[in-house]
Design a protein around this ligand. Structure first.
Ligand code: PEP
Ligand code: MG
Length: 888
């Protein structure tokens, strides 16, 4: 029989699948002997069963009763007892943390009677009434589905009547009034009174937590973070401890290191006389842990001791939630803390130096996506700027955009292509849509642990929070800097999440320090040092090589500085644009072979020069040059434009012989589906002179470089091959050209001829193709297009959002390789190719070559290298290193 409920003492931190992150870590802390209020966890399995069948599994209620009885015994109190009630919290806790997305209800067990018992027991009627009104509003909104605003409006109205803005100014009579108002509101909005039976409260709260798995915001968050839809959440039921029992009580959140910068030393926020929710919501401004040291040195010291113990035990930065109840410290939660990319690199390296982890593990703790973020630009320090204010540096980066004050406007403006900065007093989970589309988030309240900060860091979005000098009026759509300027909706602002600064207007941005380091500059900076050490380790560990996709010498030079070990794809079609376009037109409109020859011989020296420069910049490293790929009509004028020009010329009696010939060619070459038409090797077969001219240019350039004392290593690559016969035809001509070049120059050249594998037919006949190819390079862009039947140019913009929404795939297959489908063709081609030719060299040059998840797949199937754009070369190096160590 399945067990659905476990006491905290029965679990451990490895059981996140079953107990969720919170439950597993509560169990771990319990077993470490830390002061954790007792309780139990309802498993994710129970949630999955509930969601699948629409009702709780039969055995669950009895199991809960049994564990509740045990908890009551341990605490010496009964749930909801009129004299001395046990109160519990009911909290969600999925395997992957989803901050603020899921439901929590505190103070379950209070009702009209037990609130008096609590008042008497605690000798604090105000505290009892405050706890009851919190239960009513939390239960009302999360369990009974009433909008938060209903409760906050009552609360604000009462404070207004009392002429105060501080919750703490409300006395017990005020709170009693609030309790009545809340109960009335619940009955009015939910059509039933607040349930007085404590066991029913608990039952409904558990259900609400299960249901909160499927709220719109939770679904959206999971899609963003790629968290599996079918994990489900666990539910933790725990004896309440109270941070709102007076000024000797309070709640806090803390990190064992700074989650924004990674600096050593604890970091946290504490709020006196408050429950946990108040801290995270940023409703009142908090004090630092150092201040807690002044307020309550005993709890402070104990807390620091526990934080050290946790960090040593988890061997990672932990974040914790704690409560102090009348001078007694309680631990409510811990987990390995979310951090910014900068902090991830710095903490990993610090921990190596502190002997907590080794370099392999450090490498596993950072990833390519984080590195990519560190390569984003930052604000140019030398540029002029007008500082509006400084808030807290909650999530680094430099964001420029128009100020918007609600999530719906953020979404609307972002959809029409505007960069926006979402400005709020504080954010709530409802703002998530806006946070996703915004370039940055700015709040006037809350610390680095506020909702805005935590979610922004999780998403890698720039965030400045707690900018207290800002008076934010979301209804009027503006904010005013104290004693200063007013910024209206639509005005451009710039926010620096690394320093916390907020600027008026658009501040220019400069290269990141990490990029400067990759460029070879001397940069003295702790982050750069951490990146350098982990890159070095990744390079030492990785099996796969990393090349770059470039077609200009200066990009090749940059790629090389960034660590590329050659060029995996030089797209030569880019070399026929601009002024050379006319020469291609000449080739296309030529009447006879002679005309074609003339056009080609005009192109030859230019191509030779292109290749000479590229081979020089990659001297000593392999350079894969792909012969021209796209359809020829891409080099011709637009059919309509040209027709109009000719019609105009006709009407004026001008003669336009060349234009007319061009128009004929444009008409002749027009295709309904150019991606499936005359391109790639097909072009090479139909207009052989083009491919042979290119092959000659490559080989002459190589011969020239060799004569100059260089070490050119050209690899000639044929695109869009479907059948080995196509490759054989073209290859024979290339070999002939090579012989001619050797005879003409007297230079004996080593070069390779290989092919792209980018059509399904090529993949499944790879054994045959391998007989004529010395290397394969997987063109996963076309292979994805051709396998799914998705037009690369159209589908992403037209219907992918619907596909993503409906879960056909979690991420676009053009972005991250569809390992199941397209990947299976890659696997097949690798196997067949190597069976036919064991020394076949294998790489990938589609966009996926720079995508972290895909890189791990290519490593697993045994490719020799990945090739990607220069800026992704460091990311690919890092991920190839992580993959070699088995890191996911
Ligand atoms: C590919 O198809 O994956 C590829 C690299 O070629 P292109 O993107 O130029 O078609
Ligand atoms: Mg292609």
């Amino acid at each position: 029989m399945t067990t659905y409920v476990f006491d905290f003492a029965q679990g451990n931190k490895e059981q996140k699948d079953l107990l969720g992150g919170k439950g597993a870590n509560l169990a771990e802390m319990t077993n470490l002997g830390l002061p954790v209020p007792p309780g139990f966890t309802i498993t994710t399995e129970a949630c999955r069963a509930y969601l699948a069948q629409g009702s709780q599994p039969e055995a669950l209620a009895a199991e809960i009763d049994e564990h509740l009885a045990r908890l009551e015994e341990a605490m010496g109190r009964r749930l909801g007892d009129a004299e001395d009630p046990l109160l519990v919290s009911v909290r969600s806790g999925a395997k992957h943390s989803m901050p603020g997305m899921m439901d929590t209800v505190l103070n379950i067990g209070l009702n009209d009677e037990s609130v008096h018992g609590l008042a008497a027991q605690s000798d604090n009627p105000r505290f009892a009434m405050d706890s009851y009104r919190r239960l009513l509003s939390m239960f009302g909104s999360t369990v009974m589905g009433i909008h938060d605003d209903v409760f906050s409006a009552e609360h604000d109205e009462l404070k207004r009547r009392k002429d105060t803005t501080a919750d703490l100014d409300l006395d017990v009579d005020d709170l009693r009034e609030l309790v009545s108002a809340y109960k009335k509101a619940i009955e009015e909005h939910a059509g039933r009174p607040f349930p007085q039976d404590p066991r029913e409260q608990m039952e409904l709260a558990v259900r609400a937590v299960f249901d909160s798995w499927n709220t719109e915001r939770a679904v959206l968050y999971r899609r963003q973070e790629q968290i599996p839809e079918d994990d489900g959440t666990a539910v933790n039921i725990q004896a309440m401890v109270f941070g709102n029992r007076g000024m000797d009580s309070g709640s806090g959140v803390a990190f064992t290191r700074d989650p924004a910068s990674g600096s050593q030393g604890v970091y946290g926020d504490y709020l006196q006389n408050a429950q946990g929710e108040d801290v995270v919501a940023g409703i009142r401004n908090t004090v630092s842990l150092a201040d807690l040291g002044e307020l309550d040195p005993k709890s402070h010291d104990e807390l620091l001791g526990i934080m050290k113990k946790l960090e040593d035990h988890y061997r990672d930065m932990c974040d914790i939630e704690f409560t102090i109840e009348q001078g007694k410290l309680w631990m409510l939660q811990t987990r390995v803390g979310k951090r910014t990319p900068e902090a991830a690199f710095r903490i990993a390296v610090h921990m190596v130096d502190e002997g907590l982890i080794d370099l392999d593990e450090a490498l596993g703790r950072v990833n390519g996506a984080q590195l990519a973020q560190l390569m984003f630009p930052r604000f140019d320090e030398n540029a002029e700027r007008t500082l509006l204010t400084t808030g807290m540096n909650a999530s680094p980066g430099a964001a420029v955009g128009r100020a918007v004050f609600d999530w719906a406007t953020a979404v609307e403006w972002a959809e029409r292509g505007e960069d926006v900065i979402l400005v709020r007093k504080e954010t709530s989970p409802d703002d998530l849509h806006g946070m996703v589309v915004a370039k940055g988030i700015l709040t006037s309240r809350g610390g680095k642990t506020s909702h805005a900060a935590v979610v922004a860091r999780g998403m890698g979005r720039t965030c400045v929070c707690g900018a207290e000098a800002l008076e934010v009026d979301v209804h009027a759509g503006r904010f005013t800097v104290r004693d200063g300027k007013t910024v209206h909706e639509g005005d451009v602002i710039s926010i620096d999440g690394t320093t916390g600064e907020v600027f008026d207007g658009a501040v220019p941005v400069a290269d990141s320090l990490v990029v400067q380091f990759f460029e070879g500059e001397q940069v003295d900076d702790p982050l750069v040092e951490a990146v350098a050490r982990l890159m070095e380790h990744a390079d030492a560990q990785r099996r796969m090589q990393v090349r770059s996709n470039v077609d200009k010498a200066e990009d090749a030079a940059r790629a090389r500085r960034f660590g590329a070990q050659g060029i995996g794809l030089c797209r030569t079609e880019h070399m026929f644009l601009g002024e050379r376009r006319e020469l291609v037109e000449n080739l296309i409109v030529a009447d006879d072979e002679q005309g074609q020859e003339k056009a080609l011989s005009a192109l030859l020296p230019m191509q030779r020069q292109d290749f000479t420069e590229i081979l020089e910049s990659m001297d000593g490293l392999p350079v894969t040059i792909r012969l021209i790929d796209p359809p020829l009509h891409e080099f011709l004028p637009d059919l309509t434009d040209l027709s109009v020009t000719i019609a105009l010329a006709d009407s004026r009696g001008h003669r336009k012989k060349r234009q007319r010939k061009l128009l004929d060619a444009v008409r002749r070459l027009h295709e309904q589906n150019p991606m499936l038409g005359l391109r790639g090797v097909r072009l090479g077969i139909v207009i052989p002179g083009l491919f042979t001219m290119q092959a000659r240019a490559i080989l002459e350039a190589a011969a020239f470089r060799k004569k100059e004392g260089g070490d050119p290593r050209p690899e000639i690559m044929i695109p869009l091959v479907a059948s080995v016969r196509e490759l054989e035809i073209v290859k024979r001509r290339i070999i002939d050209v090579a012989r001619e070049v050797r005879d003409e120059t007297g230079v004996d050249l080593a070069f390779k001829v290989g092919t792209m594998i980018e059509l399904p037919r090529a993949a499944i006949t790879a054994d045959k193709i391998a007989a004529a190819a010395e290397f394969f390079s997987f063109g996963t862009n076309d292979l994805t297009q051709m396998t799914w039947g998705f037009s690369r140019d159209d589908v992403e913009a037209s219907f992918f959002s619907t596909y993503l929404q409906q879960g056909v795939f979690p991420v676009s297959p053009f972005e991250s390789l569809d390992t199941e489908g397209v990947g299976s063709l890659v696997r097949t081609a690798v196997r067949l190719g190597r069976e036919a030719r064991p020394d076949l060299h294998l790489g990938v040059c589609g966009e996926h070559g720079g995508d972290p998840a895909s890189i791990h797949f290519f490593d697993e199937v045994g490719l020799d290298y990945v090739s990607c754009s220069p800026f992704r070369v460091p990311v690919a190096r890092l991920e190839a290193g992580r993959s070699a160590l088995g890191g996911g």
